[in-house]
Design a protein around this ligand. Structure first.
Ligand code: SF4
Length: 361
């Protein structure tokens, strides 16, 4: 390829800021695709096999938009379950559509070290590995900052006195994060943002409703794909907890076998073997939510996702045996905010009535 490399990648939440910086430090030009919109999923759904899982459609649509905007290198991660063939199938589809580009698949098995080595070999072969390692360290630090700030946003958003005040702090943080150059700047910005959030006036009830969000990683982390369910829960006065983020994924990707063994032990007797992707984790987290006195769980499942479908009977059993509320949400290419809004409102009302003791466990 004689043109300069202009790299694109699929969107997932706000992590594009970290991915962009990794690529830039490694010497690549970056074309950030447009934010996920209805057009993205329409494009992805139009050119995907009908029954493929829905994150495939979102990420394909996002890659198409990146290539339309001038990218000539398309990057895709690969991992377990159907994620392991996203790259090959998406490359074939994009070529059939007439795009001229280099396709780069990164890191079979989802181990972050494999991703980094692949990235250096396939995207930045002229750049020394230590520089690429520095880029990844910086990008990881940015992702951790995003997770730390957004975790806090999820806890507080329902209780802001002035509507939009938390969103403003978060938006300012994301804008400034893009401009950071050193890891130290990232840390300082994270600290300053958490401090700013400390000063946002809140009106938190003594015992707020607490809900844990579990499910498949893409639909959990890309707000468009789950119809912004965390914001919807907050609108209904719910404190939202969500342990699955990039920080947790990366920390588990090293020592992954041990992580899987722990999950499998933790999910017994509901399942006694690893059921793939985040399925087992959804069960373990839900059991922890019951133990820790949460008011309910929201389970997010992409249409066509076998690991989360397999987790559902166990989750239903946990719900039945413990009289514990779980809202099951299936995210597909046609999901609409209006329909989900009604379900979330009803769920929050039910949790509130239950909390008041009208419905007894
Ligand atoms: S976890 Fe589910 S949605 Fe994600 S790639 Fe695997 S099968 Fe598809």
């Amino acid at each position: 390829m004689s043109d300069p490399r202009r790299l694109t990648f699929p969107h997932m939440g706000d992590y594009w800021i970290a991915v962009k910086r990794i690529a830039e430090i490694s010497g690549a030009e970056v074309v950030v695709p447009p934010r996920i919109t209805r057009r993205t999923i329409e494009l992805g759904a139009r050119y995907s096999p009908e029954f493929v899982c829905v994150p495939f459609k979102y990420t394909l649509g996002s890659l198409i938009e990146g290539l339309e905007n001038g990218a000539n290198v398309a990057c895709q991660l690969c991992g377990g379950c159907r994620f392991s063939y996203y790259a090959e199938v998406q490359e074939a589809i994009l070529r059939d559509l007439g795009h001229e580009f280099q396709f780069v698949s990164l890191g079979g098995g989802g181990n972050i070290l494999h991703v980094m080595m692949d990235f250096q070999r396939k995207v930045a072969p002229d750049v020394a590995l230590p520089r690429v390692a520095r880029a990844f360290r910086h990008g990881f630090r940015m992702a951790q900052a995003i997770d730390a700030v957004q975790q806090r946003v999820r806890l507080d958003r329902a209780f802001e006195v002035e509507p939009g005040s938390i969103r403003r702090v978060e938006a300012e943080f994301l804008r400034e994060l893009e401009a950071t150059v050193t890891t130290r700047q990232v840390l300082e910005l994270q600290r300053a943002t958490l401090d700013a959030l400390d000063h946002v006036p809140l009106s938190r009830p003594e015992r707020p409703l607490r809900v844990l969000v579990v499910g498949e990683l893409y639909v959990v982390m890309e707000p468009y794909s789950n119809c912004r369910i965390e914001e919807e829960l907050a609108r209904n006065g719910v404190e939202v907890h969500r342990p699955l983020d990039v920080t947790s994924l990366i920390s588990h990707s090293v020592g992954y076998r041990r992580h899987v063994a722990e999950l499998t032990r933790g999910s017994a007797p509901y399942v006694t073997h690893f059921i793939g992707a985040e399925g087992t984790e959804s069960i373990v987290r839900t059991l922890a939510a019951v133990r820790d006195g949460y008011d309910g769980v929201v389970h997010l499942k992409p249409f066509g996702c076998m690991p989360e479908v397999n987790a559902m009977p166990a989750l239903q059993r946990i719900s039945r045996e413990n009289t514990f509320p779980i809202l099951f949400v299936s995210c597909d290419a046609q999901s609409a905010e209006a329909g989900l809004r009604t379900r979330v409102e009803a769920f929050a009302d039910m949790l509130r009535i239950r909390e008041a003791g009208v419905i007894h466990a």
